[in-house]
Structures are given as structure tokens and as C-alpha cells.
Write a new protein. Structure first.
Ligand SMILES: [Zn+2]
Length: 77
């Protein structure tokens, strides 16, 4: 092997709108049970660190947050 990758990416991706194609998050409102798909973008997301995902129910306007992790790694293939 002629190269070796050390460490894990950390820090912020400096992109205002980091879209996640093919990713859908199924959201169920904890208040009214309304179900919808979250398809959006993350602003300046940190990688490999929990990120707050702020949600608002489209039916009853309840607001809450969950945490997600955007995992990024570099590997030899
Ligand atoms: Zn709701």
C-alpha cells in the first residue's frame, strides 16, 4: 500500500445549503401523530458531531428538535 489515510474528518462544511440527495427523513409529530417527509438541506453542518434538526409540524405547528449525525469518512478503495 503506497498511501495511508490517518484521522477522521471533523469540523464544519462551509456550505450554506448542503443538500442530501436520496435522503428522506420520515417525521412523526409527537403531539398529533401527523407524518411527513423531511427533505431539505443542512446549513454549514458539522461532520461526525451531533447536529440539531429543528422540526415544525405541518399540521399543528408543534416545534421540536432531534439530533442527527452527518458521518463523513475517507477510505481507500
Ligand atoms: Zn403535529
Amino acid at each position: 500500500m503506497s498511501i495511508e489515510i490517518l484521522g477522521q474528518p471533523k469540523g464544519e462544511i462551509e456550505v450554506k445549503r448542503f443538500y442530501l440527495p436520496e435522503v428522506q427523513i420520515n417525521v412523526i409529530c409527537p403531539e398529533c401523530g401527523y407524518e411527513y417527509l423531511w427533505e431539505n438541506y443542512l446549513s454549514y453542518p458539522d461532520v461526525n458531531t451531533p447536529i440539531g434538526l429543528y422540526l415544525a409540524c405541518r399540521e399543528c405547528d408543534h416545534n421540536w428538535s432531534e439530533q442527527i449525525i452527518l458521518k463523513l469518512s475517507v477510505e481507500l478503495v
